[in-house]
Design a protein around this ligand. Structure first.
Ligand SMILES: [Zn+2]
Length: 172
């Protein structure tokens, strides 16, 4: 095996182990979300010296991208994992296919919950950290603007603590 092949195998094994551990984190209820599960598994791989910090980060990103994409496909297309992969699941190692499916399926449920929650997002509270942008006080419609990431103060006009981000087409 060439050093390049060895390196590639090292990373793919790391990915597969991460799929297994994310599955296990979901099944044991130790992770609240896909991102949380991946974070735990990155830490674990580093702790066990299977992966460097940088490798664990990269593999975590790769896995997140794949699972997220698969989960969105499952949620929106009505197709199954084989459709997403564009080939028969039998062509994949059984345990990996099963684990990947479980993780994607679980993330699919997470996505539909997020979609529901997204309806309620748009409420920002005093003390929240927000990125640059403009928010409007829910009580008195006073605008507060942030040019950098900031912690939300109380409304300077009325002392209110709830803000919203109205749709962009509204005049500022
Ligand atoms: Zn106000």
């Amino acid at each position: 095996m060439t050093p390049t092949e060895k390196r590639s195998e090292h990373l793919t094994h790391g990915y597969n182990r991460m799929v297994e551990r994310v599955r296990s984190a979901f099944e044991h209820g130790t992770a609240a979300s896909l991102l949380h599960a991946i974070q735990l598994c990155k830490d674990k791989a580093f702790e066990l010296q299977e992966l460097s910090k940088e490798e664990a980060e990269r593999i975590g990103d790769f896995l997140h991208r794949d699972v997220q994409d698969a989960a969105e496909y499952l949620a929106n297309s009505g197709g199954d994992l084989a459709d997403w992969m564009r080939f028969d699941l039998e062509l994949i190692e059984e345990r990996l296919a099963e684990s990947f499916f479980i993780v994607a399926d679980r993330t699919c449920i997470e996505l539909s919950q997020l979609a529901e929650e997204a309806q309620h997002v748009g409420e920002y509270l005093t003390g929240d950290v927000v990125g640059p942008g403009s928010l409007q006080c829910s009580a008195c419609d006073h605008w507060v603007r942030f040019q950098e990431t900031s912690q939300l103060p109380v409304c300077p006009a009325c002392g209110g603590g709830i803000f919203k981000r109205p749709p962009a087409e509204q005049d500022l």
